[in-house]
Design a binder for this molecule. Sequence first.
Ligand SMILES: [Mg+2]
Length: 273
Amino acid sequence: MENLKAKAYELRKDILDMVYRAKCGHIGGDFSVIDILVSLYYKQMKVSPELVNDPNRDRFILSKGHSVEALYAVLADRGFFPKEELQTYSRYLSKYIGHPNNKINGIEMNSGSLGHGLSVSVGMALAGRMDQASYRVYTVMGDGELAEGSVWEGAMSGGHYKLDNLCAVVDRNRLQISGNTEEVMSQDIQEERWYSFGWHVVNAVGNDLDSLNLAFEEAKATKGKPTVIIANTIKGCGVSFMENSAPWHHKVPSEEEYQKALLELSERRASYE
Ligand SMILES: [Mg+2]
């Protein structure tokens, strides 16, 4: 587990490089969600480059598709495509564009238009049940994304069909592009909302791999209903001047900020070795 904690900081450096080189991206949300992706892709999900066409592979949808740099870093490290290709991120004619697309090995669904991932995940989970398949379905949403009405249609149907092969994660960093979620569209009673739609609710420390792994294990053990994990995260987690700062939703670091961020991430990484 200590290796994976170091890994999460190594991947943050890859994300920082991608965003700094391309001069675009969503670094705050990337750093918020990366530990969730590490837990899923290195511990929890049955996925690998060899299994991309296996009908029993677990399914993952990054519903908050603007955090695609984090997903690219993880998929490259897991060998779904060569890491060098990420140097073309956001360049003209590169397939590594600013939101997930399913032309890329390991990506199941185009996303980024918010509010769609949960409903598609419900469909995948229903299909799995019909086929008596063993796979599980995971989706990660942003907390700002929960203001989309279609999220709650997905919640309603997931609860109605008692989809215990479905696990949704809310990246609860309390910020969205336009500021604090509690000011834009309050979310603090969201646990009650999920309960009322028939979901099992688990709270986790969303930048702590031990807490996340426990939460995912609890989801797997929960029968007769879907599970949502409220992953309490820090936007920009890992770089002091990016943490809990709404402008870093899509700000690009200057050269000085890049060097400072790189140093901080290297120090954090070293603390796990
Ligand atoms: Mg957010």
